[in-house]
Design a protein around this ligand. Structure first.
Ligand code: MAN
Length: 360
């Protein structure tokens, strides 16, 4: 592991009041983050669960602007319970989420502690968001902050886009990657004439664990030129792998951290989530120039090992401050953390790949 200069748990569910009547907050994690004025602005995924119970049934929430928070009651006898995040219905093979997520803007002056919790709350708006909006990633392009986020509904799990210049007013641009696609990270500038994104399609006919892909766009809305970037190669990512932090320009290439999940022997539930790093060619990000040979960050602290889903560190943003890379991340699908790494020490960790192009 890479030595952490500091680790700070910034937010826990108890820091937030629920928005849904009769709901409780069970998560405040997977933050988008960006330097804005002299501060760090974070967009937190806040997660709520219904408090009501009914004998023989389990509640699965949804939200629409017309009806507000609503609950569907699922027959307990039809459900399997191996994942704390979802119910699996035996009769249909379909899933429902056990919670609902939305986004909340908070601010920090020192990048480690929260000064203000009273930023805007962004709730689901469209039928494609009725089961929640999750996992925002922020990239500044020109003077605009673009936010990719995961939107969940009966139609599947897609990635949508919104933008802002002030973190007070947000414009929604709709779906940019249809179901199922998550972990979409925008590059901060055009490359060879196109905007670029990393994305993570999830196939239902699977030959390998999910992989990271690249795509290009003339306008951030229409995406094509899809190419595979990276598949699982290390043990820590043998169950799944996906983009983590939006790429930032360094002299040696685009620096981005990604997450991998390692399955536990004989356990169908979520695995152990750790993080690794990539350096991509500045002119042609399809070329992986270097990779950390294993994970640089793995669950260690109690707020990372114990929570809604145990053993998760899930990096979602980086901000550079005084030679340190501040890495913002979700911990145990419950809390928001930040670690500081020496940027130099991180860069020394990267190893050249034998063949930068062949990743299949
Ligand atoms: C997975 C997890 C959950 C998330 C759903 C839908 O089950 O990442 O946290 O809510 O997918 O995106």
């Amino acid at each position: 592991m890479l030595q952490r200069v500091f680790t700070q748990c910034m937010l826990r569910p108890g820091d937030f009041e629920p928005v849904g009547e009769g709901f409780k907050v069970v998560g405040a994690f997977n933050p988008g983050a960006a330097a804005f004025d002299d501060e760090v602005v974070l967009m937190i995924r806040v997660v709520e669960q219904p408090q009501q119970s009914r004998d023989g049934y389990e509640p699965s929430p949804r939200y629409t602007p017309q009806d507000g928070f609503a609950i569907d009651w699922l027959d307990e006898e039809d459900l399997e319970y191996y994942d704390p995040r979802v119910f699996h219905a035996r009769s249909t093979g379909f899933k429902r989420l056990r919670f609902i997520s939305y986004l909340k803007v908070v601010r920090s002056r020192d990048g480690k502690t929260i000064d203000s919790l009273d930023g805007p709350t962004l709730l689901p708006e469209t039928p494609y968001e009725e089961y929640g909006i999750e996992d925002p990633r922020i990239t500044k392009i020109g003077q605009t902050y673009y936010i990719t986020y995961v939107a969940v509904s009966r139609h599947g799990v897609n990635t949508s886009l919104m933008s802002t210049t002030d973190f007070a007013h947000f414009k929604r641009h709709g779906i940019i990657f249809p179901p199922e696609n998550k972990d979409v990270l925008l590059f901060p500038e055009k490359i060879a004439g196109d905007y670029m994104a990393m994305h993570r399609p999830v196939a239902s006919i699977r030959f390998r664990p999910p992989e990271m892909w690249l795509a290009r766009s003339p306008d951030l809305i229409h995406w094509g030129g899809h190419e595979q970037l990276l598949g699982a190669e290390n043990t820590f990512e043998n169950s799944r792998l996906g983009g983590g932090t939006p790429p930032v320009r360094t002299e040696r290439g685009w620096l981005t951290l990604y997450h991998g999940s390692q399955r536990r022997e004989g356990d169908p539930g979520p695995g152990i989530y750790s993080a690794g790093g990539l350096l991509l060619d500045l002119q042609n990000p399809k070329r992986i120039l270097a990779q950390t040979p294993g994970a640089i960050m793995t669950p260690e602290e109690p707020f990372e090992t114990t929570g809604f889903v145990r053993d998760v560190v899930f990096p979602t943003a980086t901000v550079e401050r005084d030679g340190l890379l501040y890495v913002y991340y979700g911990a145990a699908d419950e809390n928001t953390g930040v670690v500081g790494f020496e940027l130099d020490a991180l860069m020394q960790r990267f190893e050249k790949r034998a063949d930068p192009v062949a990743t299949a």
